[in-house]
Design a protein around this ligand. Sequence first.
Ligand code: SF4
Length: 399
Amino acid sequence: MATFSVRFLGCKVSHVDAHEVRERLLADGHTECDGDADVAVVNTCCVTHEAVSKSRKEAARAARTHRRVYVTGCGANLAADAFAGLPDNVVVVARRAEETPSFVAGDVGAIGCVRADARLDRVRAFVKVQDGCSFSCAFCVIPLVRGASRSRAATAVLDEIRRRVAQGHREVVLTGINLGCYRDRAAGYDLPRLVREAGATPGIERLRLSSIEINHVSDELVAALRDTPAVSRHLHVPLQSGDDGVLRAMGRRYTTATYLRRLAPLQDEFNLTSDVIVGFPAEDERAFANTLRTARDAGLTKIHVFPYSPRPGTATAGDDAVPPQVKKERGARLRAASHDACLARWRTKVGRDDVVLVDRPGRGYGDDYSPWLVGENAPMGELVPVRGAAVSEEGILAA
Ligand code: SF4
């Protein structure tokens, strides 16, 4: 029997992949522990140069305290060998997400068939329904490291949701690299149907989508979100740029007009959050001003700002025209605008009721994914009724 620890860097898909390895090792009878262990699994990220360097540091640190380290995930699949030169006890597993748990488990060595049914270590259960992407945005390394889009069978997804709800998770987040591409053709499912049926799972209290591309925000999907009481009033829709010239150069397949038109009917009801890249090679000051304007017109609140970082193997790998200082300054301006938009939304909650899922001591998120401060005694992992009393820089203060 081995002791092991699993860490992940990056997005919710990386989190799910790390937990699939974890569950497989537990099912094989190995023991998870927090500190030093025989085996470490580091599920890596390669979305930016910085993410790769953090992943490499994490693997190097684990190599000092573990007998063997498995480096898995997007970073491990990056064409350039980002983990070369690490100690001999580091094994880089350049395999697809579906193959990784059995590869790691086989290498660690199975010792039996203990049924673990491990509860995920977060309050929310992230259920992966789709992986990979068949598009080719100019900046994006994901299709190279995760392969083309493929979907899980709807029955497997719905079974997993039932299992997570039975384990006590109050919220389920449907997760994928490009969630709107979800299809189980044999069984006749697309994402809207999956949302409706996932939301009908007995006992489910909150259902969310991790992220959805604007081209997939169809009338059918909007109807499914609106008609399903468990669906939370939050949608994360990557914008990447609010300038049509930059969007074209990025190969994003939509215009700002499309983005605004599709989100307009949701603005009042849903909290809309997004990702934006600043400092893409084609982005001049005018284009950046368009991004600020589009973000405001779309009613976006929280924006995750990523300074552009060229990734190996992508169409813009050799292009990084915007100076780092300019990226930094634009990033700060966009973050400030996003913070103001968040504060404005939070102020509307004062004097109103909500229900918060407590996910850290004294903190949690309301139905629309606005952050709340609820007091240290609020029970972790539970949904608690709250009333907004005031707003701080960090969220809404519960009365
Ligand atoms: S950014 Fe583009 S290429 Fe990358 S995962 Fe998203 S849709 Fe696919």
